[in-house]
Design a protein around this ligand. Sequence first.
Ligand code: SF4
Length: 333
Amino acid sequence: MSQTILEIKNLYVNYHTRQGDVKAVSNLNLTLDKGDKFGLVGESGSGKTTLANAILRMIKPPGYIPEGKINLDGTDVLSLSESDLRKFRSTSVAIVPQAAMNALNPVRRIGQQINDAFVDHGVKLSKSELNDRLAELMLTVGLRSEVPRLFPHELSGGMKQRVSIAMAVSLNPKLIIADEPTSALDVVVQRQVIDTLDQVQEKYGSTILLVGHDMGLMAQFSNRLGIMYAGELVEIGSSTEIFSKPNHPYTEILISSLPDTKTKRKLVGIPGLPPTLINPPTGCKFHPRCPKVFEPCSDLVPEKEIIDEKSFFFCHLSTINNGKVDKKIVGTK
Ligand code: SF4
């Protein structure tokens, strides 16, 4: 039986602005099991990084969490004290950041930086134990054993990113959040970084939440996918099901934007721009851009359509397909 590691219930995250609150994450529900490789996809500004920061309790003012629950391996994340938060980070949840260069201290050797996390979390290692642990971590992420003696500027972008992965797994956390870890890397190195995450997951059995907008990388890595639009999870399912039969028009368009070398079909872009989240569109938030928009979409919020225990989506088309409403197409865009 699968073991739940992360459970998020009815989560909202807002940012105060002079014009009003930006509703960056709205009524979000998500469950991840042990060993899941979950891909969280969406355009920039869809709320992916805000969600990742909420799990890490890193939402800073003017951001705030008005409502919701985050439970990670039995810990109520939102009620942790500041001192418990320090222990919680790295041992329960760790992050592989977007830009490894900015995350590494330029004036400390890699080994010293990894050791800082051990010291900070009360892990006492002798010099030889530390060297063994560093060598094991380097081996896991495919780096040479001398890398701990180097400074960040002596490493390439891909090596730095693999060092970040080594740091993230150094205290064997239950959940690793990789926030667009391959941005700014070339495609060959992107593949190596994703393969490294795969190896780490296999070795430690960690649950990985990979945040990104590249459907190709997601297809390569994830066993489950969540599609975010305007602060909401609009579809969740197994990667195989979603790629073979997407239920939400937004998911469909994201998949159509992937090049296909076999059929050489025309690439389709997403019309329009993501909405402002101070005053999001009424009804289905995707309706101003949806090629399948019809009468109820601009007024009524779609209900959750459950496919199975772990798969659902939000779209009025399902109610049409179930014969509950008449389809009146009012426009295609
Ligand atoms: Fe498109 Fe309507 Fe479905 Fe929203 S509810 S995704 S507008 S068809």
